[in-house]
Design a protein around this ligand. Structure first.
Ligand code: ASP
Length: 435
């Protein structure tokens, strides 16, 4: 049994719907289908979800949302007429328009993109439609309730042979609609795969899987045919974007592999993401490299020869009591550094400084901004002592300063901080060295 999730570009118009149907008919195992809302048809186009959020904003600001709403309706009407579907869309449009006009929440508005697309896709594929509001459950604070959902969904799925479940949304106890963060249909797909104990979670998008580096930075990077969930999570945390980060857990904990596939090039096997690296032979050291700008390094250096652990403890307590989230904590005998996303730092820096003033140990606090984090991911890295030396050497040759380096305790990644304006150059050099 396969769960097939289709992203917005895979369902952006009638032609894309046809490709999706061909894919589904090509394998009778594809019985659980999770669609996104229609995405962009061309570069300057707008996603239906963006238009729905705009309707909500316009209504709140007292501007008429009707012109934007008309554009949304037209997107669905075009798909329906292109596929000769008979669903009474007008009835749904009227209901949604009324809800927006009477002040429906942003989550409700956004969710209608997937809802309507799900209805159309279910008719087109001649299968059942299951409203995600009935089976994807949130608590009243809007926190997703994984266990309750799993029980409800499992039971409900027993009643369906072939079913479309719209992605991205669910509902709270009080019946109000809630959505995941943007790109959240990936999460729905993973949740459905877990509940159905599927053999495979297919995530159909507009690229043929992951590349070993961002193609906007490295010319023609090698595709990744196989990667583990851990490696992928590390790459995503440093900027690689194909899958929503939060969709990993439901499938990885259930031991279900994920296959990233391209709706526009369905013969390509894409990238297979699995729990272990056992089957992998094609790259020994290194699975991929990714980079992300916008980090700051807080450097705290103590000025007296006291025990370093007590100082690091004090710094961490200070970070905890003001809620400062940090990515890495490299520390030394006399210093502790926190790598923090700059946008988070701006929010917390004054409180953090106040906390540090309470420390008994005299110290200096310096902040370095405009740092890019580059992560090299792969199980081979830790078994290959040369890796870190090679990174230093490559970056030295390119005259790129290394602001920090962190050999991850998790043993499958190495993190290097470089000046932001050198990130692309550093990624290219690292890629060329290792691949
Ligand atoms: N339609 C939503 C978005 O644009 C969710 C998704 O596509 O996964 O973020």
């Amino acid at each position: 049994m396969i769960v097939a999730k289709f992203g917005g570009s895979s369902l952006a118009n009638a032609t894309q719907f046809q490709k999706v149907r061909d894919i589904i008919l090509a394998d009778s195992g594809r019985t659980l289908i999770v669609p996104s809302a229609p995405g962009k048809r061309f570069d300057e186009d707008e996603k239906v979800t963006d238009l729905l959020y705009r309707c909500h904003r316009e209504h709140e600001e007292g501007i008429s949302f009707l012109p934007t709403f008309e554009r949304i309706c037209q997107r669905y009407l075009d798909i329906a007429s292109g596929l000769q579907l008979t669903l009474n869309l007008q009835r749904h449009f009227d209901e949604i328009r009324q809800q927006i006009a009477s002040g429906a929440s942003a989550d409700y508005c956004a969710s209608r993109g997937e809802y309507l697309n799900g209805l159309l896709l279910a008719e087109y594929l001649a299968c059942d439609f299951l409203d995600a509001a009935e089976v994807i459950l949130f608590d009243n604070e809007g926190i997703f309730d994984a266990e309750k959902t799993n029980v409800r969904l499992k039971k409900t799925l027993e009643n369906h042979k072939k079913v479309v479940i719209p992605g991205f949304y669910g509902s709270s106890n009080d019946g109000s609609i809630r959505v995941f963060s943007r790109g959240g249909s990936d999460i729905t797909g993973a949740i459905v795969a877990r509940a159905a104990q599927a053999d495979l979670y297919e995530n159909w998008t507009d690229v043929s899987g992951f590349f070993m580096a961002d193609p906007r930075i490295v010319h023609n990077p090698k595709p990744i045919s196989h990667i583990t969930y851990h490696e992928m999570h590390e790459l995503c945390s440093a900027g690689a974007t194909v899958l929503h980060e939060d969709c990993v857990f439901p499938v990885s904990c259930a031991g279900i592999p994920t296959n990233i596939r391209n709706t526009n090039f369905p013969v390509h096997p894409g990238t297979m993401i699995t729990c272990t690296a056992i089957q992998r032979e094609d790259f020994a050291i290194f699975a991929g490299v990714a980079g992300k700008k916008g980090f700051s390094l807080l450097v705290l250096e103590k000025e007296t020869p006291e025990r370093s652990w007590a100082f690091v403890q004090g710094v961490l307590e200070g970070a905890k009591s003001c809620g400062l989230p940090f990515q890495y904590l490299p520390s030394g005998v006399n210093c502790a550094c926190l790598l923090v996303e700059s946008k988070q730092l701006f929010r917390f820096v004054d409180d953090f400084k106040e906390e540090m003033e309470k420390l008994e140990t005299p110290h200096l606090l310096e902040i370095e901004n405009e740092i890019a984090g580059i992560v090299l991911v792969g199980y081979g890295i830790v078994h290959n002592r040369e890796t870190v030396n090679r990174i230093y050497e490559i970056l030295r040759r390119q005259e790129i300063d290394v602001v920090m380096i962190n050999q991850g305790g998790g043993e499958l990644s190495t993190w290097v901080g470089v000046p932001e304006d050198k990130m692309e150059m550093a990624i290219r050099a690292i890629y060329e060295e290792f691949v």
